[in-house]
Write a protein that binds this ligand. Structure first.
Ligand SMILES: Nc1ncnc2c1ncn2[C@@H]1O[C@H](COP(=O)(O)OP(=O)(O)OP(=O)(O)O)[C@@H](O)[C@H]1O
Ligand SMILES: [Mg+2]
Length: 322
């Protein structure tokens, strides 16, 4: 059964089309991943589904409720963890959780018990007494997730839950996501950490420039690269003009230039290194590093979108530092 149905959804901001005729569905019980670079339209899609933005055209439904018409009903069954926390800086952890529970109409003793349980479960029992403003980024994210699940939602929307926090908290959060999913909660997740999507998600949509370029189960996406041999070569100096001559010399190999100092070669047959190395030697371009890439979701993403993940990560982390 589908818990989310999005049909030809478009969202415009003035002249800018942030989401462009996007269609997909999320199956009840799965972890669905939304992957794409900065400005791809991930947050905008989540905002429409959670009622924070109105669609320009098309429909978005959660549990059959149209998010533009019956958002209050849809919100009863969804939990929302935005990329920037929506909790109160001056409230302590316990108060924040109780406040959110009250918004969902939970009774006093019920919400206090639930808040205590969640603080315990998220390793925040002590921190529960401190004001939110005194929390580290990792603690803030964990409390925001706790607030998002206080009413036991059927589906949880997580916008980049592990971006910009320490490694240990990120690992804990991934574990929590898996535990929640095992206990029956559907998860809708955006992330730019492709390894995270590969580890967690059952199905994945790649979104670029407001359009979904591919959506499918992880194993189906992975099948595209399982039969491939991929070699990445790094050089100490720029190789930007090399692509066409390399492609001419090795017509059976697909050549992709990634950045100014690296080349990726793909082939359905094993790659013979000797003629390749000779090619670079003759041009006085010593190979600095050669790496055989294991089949990964990263390979699928690069192949389908042509976007280098390193670039995507740097953009993100650059953004985080601002
Ligand atoms: N409220 C808004 N007003 C105007 N433009 C907006 C608004 N929200 C988003 N946009 C624009 O819509 C596009 C999609 O933005 P969105 O935040 O959905 O991307 P994203 O995939 O979540 O990116 P990121 O990885 O940076 O979080 C961007 O070009 C963004 O500048
Ligand atoms: Mg975003």
């Amino acid at each position: 059964m589908n818990i989310v149905e999005v049909d030809r959804l478009t969202k415009k901001y003035g002249d800018l089309t942030a989401v462009d005729q996007v269609s997909f569905s999320v199956h009840e019980g799965e972890i669905f991943g939304f992957l794409g670079p900065n400005g791809a339209g991930k947050t905008t899609t989540i905002n429409v589904l959670t009622g924070l933005a109105r669609p320009t055209s098309g429909t978005a439904k959660v549990s059959r409720f149209d998010c533009a018409v019956e958002i209050k009903k849809a919100q009863q069954i969804m939990g929302i963890v935005p990329d920037e926390s929506n909790l109160y800086e001056e409230f302590d952890g316990f108060e924040n959780l109780c406040f959110c529970a009250a918004l969902y109409g939970m009774k006093k003793n019920e919400r206090e018990k639930k808040a205590k349980d969640l603080l315990e479960q998220f390793g925040l029992a002590e921190a529960g007494k401190k004001p939110f403003r005194a929390y580290s980024r990792g603690m803030k994210r964990k409390l925001t997730i706790a607030a998002g699940i206080i009413h036991d939602p059927r589906i949880l929307f997580l916008d980049e839950p592990t971006t910009g926090i320490d490694v240990a908290s990120a690992r804990q959060i991934r574990q929590m996501i898996q535990n929640l999913n095992r206990s029956g909660t559907t998860i809708f997740l955006t992330t730019h950490y492709i390894e995270e999507a590969e580890r967690l998600c059952d199905r994945i949509a790649f979104i670029v420039g407001g359009k979904i370029v591919r959506v499918g189960p992880l194993d189906e996406l992975m099948r595209e690269v399982q039969q491939e041999n991929v070699l990445q070569l790094a050089f100490a100096e720029g190789i930007s003009n090399l692509k066409s001559s390399l492609q001419q010399e090795f017509p059976d190999v697909v050549v992709e230039v990634s950045g100014n100092q690296a080349i990726r070669l793909r082939s359905s047959r094993p790659l013979n290194l000797t003629p390749l190395m000779r090619f670079f030697e003759e041009r006085n371009l010593p190979v600095y590093e050669a790496r055989i890439m294991r089949p990964s979701l990263e390979e699928v993403f690069v192949k389908i979108t042509g976007i280098e993940l390193e670039r995507m990560k740097q953009e993100k982390e650059g953004k985080g530092k601002q």
